[in-house]
Design a protein around this ligand. Structure first.
Ligand code: PMV
Length: 337
């Protein structure tokens, strides 16, 4: 029996994914583009050892998990088992270094680490692009965390989703290695606790009820092209402008859903205003925000400015704490026993 441990960094989308063309296969309605982070992520150990005797046993951040999370992991493991031709339940031990279900994309690093650990534990040897397609079935954004640095996820056109996979922009000569472009991401935590509405339910409601949804879908390709060009030129101001408008448009379409989906709190808005003020000061700091399916704000800046940005955001009343991350590598095995 193989016990495999994998780690994955979470990723933050600079051009957002918000909407599915197929809900069962988790196929995105548009492409997206993200930055994989270094130490904010997940470490997961998997062994197909019989689990708890009756089924899979999942330990999440030190406690036994049941209910929806455990069911979602078991459904995913069923796909791995089917592919490997085994039917043994598994023991999964997983720890997040990002707050779970807070809009900090723990599902991205979580399913990327689970994909890499579970396939290895099951004796499968999959190419990165196959790992990306498999991770996508767990969580759309997880497909991107298989790769490091700047990553683009393709919408794909096939019904079976085999072309809905991510690829690293760095490896294809489309941009500088993200590590060489010394960027940082500052996360301003604006609330404690879990988010109110999960991304899948929110995307479905947006697609069904928001009058802005079609316009949102129609706007993404242009943003992807602009983000690719900005990355190729290492133009932070250009990349930041796309990131801010992509996030605001994603939230605009969700805000217009019925009933409306409001992820922001007053501190979220105050942090956005502070970021704009930082740029507008006489010694303006290039800093640009993005916001996911939660109230926290993530701010992209140059490494040389990160302390000033983190300090400014940390002083916004209501910000609980700040985290700093840099670009990181893709999901990988760290231990096999
Ligand atoms: O991977 P999911 O299904 O949790 O969706 C992620 C949605 C956003 O984080 C809001 C945007 C993105 O592209 O990561």
């Amino acid at each position: 029996m193989t016990v495999a441990t994998a780690v994955a960094g979470t990723n933050i989308a600079l051009v957002k994914y918000w909407g599915k063309r197929d809900e069962a296969l988790n196929l995105p309605a548009t492409g997206s583009l993200s930055l994989t982070l270094d130490h904010l992520g997940t470490r997961t150990r998997v062994a197909f050892d019989g689990g708890d005797g009756a089924g899979d046993r999942l330990t999440l951040n030190g406690s036994r998990a049941d209910g929806k999370t455990a069911a979602r992991v078991s459904v995913f493991l069923d796909r791995v088992r089917a592919r490997a031709g085994i039917d043994t339940p598994a023991t999964v031990v997983t720890d997040n270094s990002v707050p779970t279900a807070s809009g900090l994309a723990s599902s991205a690093s979580g399913f990327a680490a689970l994909t890499v650990a579970a396939t290895r534990a099951a004796g499968l040897d999959l190419a990165p692009v196959e790992l990306s397609a498999l991770a996508r079935l767990g969580s759309g954004s997880a497909a991107r965390s298989i790769f490091g640095g700047f990553v683009e996820m393709a919408r794909g056109t096939r019904a079976d989703g085999t072309d809905s996979t991510a690829h690293p922009l760095d490896a294809q000569g489309q941009g500088p290695r993200a590590n060489a472009w010394n960027l940082r991401l500052v996360v301003a935590i604006t609330a404690a606790g879990e988010k109110s509405l999960g991304s899948t339910a929110a995307m479905t409601r947006t697609a069904r009820t928001s009058p802005f949804y079609e316009a949102w879908i129609g706007s993404v390709d242009r943003d992807l092209a602009e983000a690719r060009a900005a990355i190729a030129k290492r133009d932070l101001a250009r990349l930041g402008a796309v990131a801010e408008r992509s996030a605001l448009r994603m939230h605009a379409t969700a805000l217009a859903a019925d009933p409306p989906i409001i992820y922001w709190n007053p501190v979220t808005v105050a942090v956005m205003a502070r970021v704009r003020a930082l740029r507008d000061e006489s010694q303006g700091i290039p800093a640009f925000f993005t916001i996911d399916a939660g109230p926290h704000v993530k701010v992209l800046c140059n490494a040389e400015d990160v302390d000033r940005v983190a300090s400014a955001l940390g002083h916004v009343p209501g910000v609980l704490r700040t985290l700093i991350a840099a670009a990181g590598p893709g999901a990988r095995i760290v231990e096999v026993a």
